[in-house]
Design a protein around this ligand. Structure first.
Ligand code: SF4
Length: 455
């Protein structure tokens, strides 16, 4: 008997959501492992903008394979009832989800993924429907939610079991225990990324955007980031092998876009990113590249900027977060802003125009004031590039978490919904909506002026 494994990417439940090259890479890795062990795999992605139930596919496309999700308003969960925004379920309808499940014979095991912890209402709803449709099949939940909120996920997800951290070896053990193969499969050495079977990219419905990682984790320790808890060790792939595989996958499946999910794509760039980029350039691969995670500007010199440009990176996002040197020092980042300015110069020299460069500006950190955020926005606008405001969302286990875990009622340590980026900054009162709208207006206006000047 060939074991049948169903993988499910649940809905997003939030005040806003937009598809910025989001694909369920963790589940695709697990599907690759399951296949490697001889299982048959099926994927149902509740956020699939190419789902057969949608009248237009992809749903509401925008540039570079991004776009809106279908969405319906749903009742606001009580802990966030006070937030003056509409709460929605983003993705296909529950009926379409049920129909997708009806087309699959009962699986032997169901793996449910999770991304943002505060999207747990979507996880619980998907698990409830899976339970109703396949009452005898064990359901295992993995991903960010059980890794950072284990007890909460055990209580509220409805899954039979939750798994924290990287899931490959947990899956090997589960398959060995459930299906008792004659010779049990050994676990992978997760320290060596070359050992892990490739993601099952063929399961991505639209084949528009390939999510790719050449590393797991990050060598840095920023006080607000949970990267090291999601990936306890920082590891990298062999750059030449990674490049060759990427070329093969893009060409085999016809993907037009590649999104790097690495937390630290440019770390130790001379040994990793530059040889990788040179190999890709030499291959003549025709694809557009994107980095939804911000790049470390400290690693961008002329050579790196040129490679990014030659590769065809459409959008460059830099993680500045703040121009306040003291804050940079407090959160564990290098306070030398000269590195940011040099990186911009290198990007401009390489050929990027300002409209293609976005700079993350974080607001809502504990103790942060509006004036700091305003000054950072003005600093970024001064270079003609676009500030991308990003709301601070506290993550368990991080240093910033200790400062805020008792904030809110119930406190954020008991209620992940309060850590939602549209919610948490509202708890302090320092960042009222009128102020935020005005800042956004200021950014829009400056952007329009800059593009008029460029024309
Ligand atoms: S914020 Fe970025 S640089 Fe800092 S630890 Fe996280 S992934 Fe690394």
């Amino acid at each position: 008997m060939i074991p049948r494994i169903l993988l499910v990417n649940p809905w997003i439940t939030d005040f806003s959501a937009y598809d910025l090259w989001a694909r369920p890479l963790g589940l695709l890795y697990l599907a690759g492992v399951a296949r490697h062990l001889g299982c048959e795999v099926f994927l149902v992605d509740c956020t699939d903008r190419w789902h057969e139930s949608l009248e237009t596919r992809p749903y509401k496309p925008r540039r570079f394979s991004c776009g809106k999700y279908p969405a319906v308003e749903i009742p606001k969960p009580s802990p966030v009832e006070w937030v003056p925004r509409r709460f929605k379920r983003y993705g296909i309808s529950p009926e379409a989800f049920r129909r997708s499940l009806d087309s699959i014979a009962p699986p032997d095991l169901i793996l449910v993924g999770s991304r943002m912890t505060y999207w747990y209402p979507g996880v619980s709803e998907a698990v409830g429907i899976l339970r109703e449709r396949f009452p005898r099949t064990p359901i295992v939940l993995g991903g960010v939610y059980p890794t950072l909120f284990r007890r909460h996920s055990e209580r509220f997800s409805g899954a039979d079991r939750v798994v924290a951290g990287e899931g490959e070896n947990a899956l090997v053990e589960l398959i060995n225990a459930m299906f008792k193969p004659r010779s049990p499969a050994p676990c992978f050495d997760l320290g060596d990324l070359e050992q892990i079977p490739p993601p099952a990219y063929d399961l991505i419905a639209g084949r528009d955007c390939l999510p790719f990682m050449m590393s797991r984790g990050c060598p840095r320790r920023c006080s607000y980031c949970a990267s090291r808890f999601l990936f306890p060790q920082y590891r990298r792939r062999d750059p030449l092998r990674a490049a060759d595989q990427l070329v093969e996958w893009v060409e085999r499946w016809g993907f037009g876009h590649v999104a790097f999910y690495d937390d630290a794509l440019l770390a130790d760039r001379r040994r990793y990113f530059l040889p990788f980029a040179e190999r890709l350039i030499a291959s003549g691969l025709r694809a557009r590249f994107h980095t939804p995670n911000g790049l470390d500007y400290g690693a961008i010199d002329d050579e790196t900027a040129q490679r990014l440009y030659q590769l065809g990176f459409e959008t460059i996002r830099l993680s500045l977060e703040t121009a306040d040197r003291e804050r940079l020092r407090l959160v564990g980042r290098n306070p030398d802003l000269g590195r940011f300015e040099k990186a911009l110069e290198s990007l401009f020299r390489a050929g990027f125009d300002a409209s293609r460069i976005g700079v993350y500006v974080l607001f809502g950190l504990p103790g942060q004031r509006r004036t700091e955020v305003e000054a950072t926005v003005e600093y970024v606008l001064g270079f003609g590039v676009t500030p991308l405001l990003s709301e601070f969302s506290p993550l368990p286990l991080t240093a910033e978490w200790e400062k805020v875990r008792t904030v809110g009622s119930p406190p954020v340590e008991e209620e992940p919904l309060l850590t939602n980026n549209s919610v948490f900054y509202r708890l302090s009162g320092e960042f009222p909506d009128a102020w935020l709208n005005e800042l956004r207006r200021r950014i829009r206006e400056a952007k329009e002026k800059n593009s008029a000047r460029a024309r």
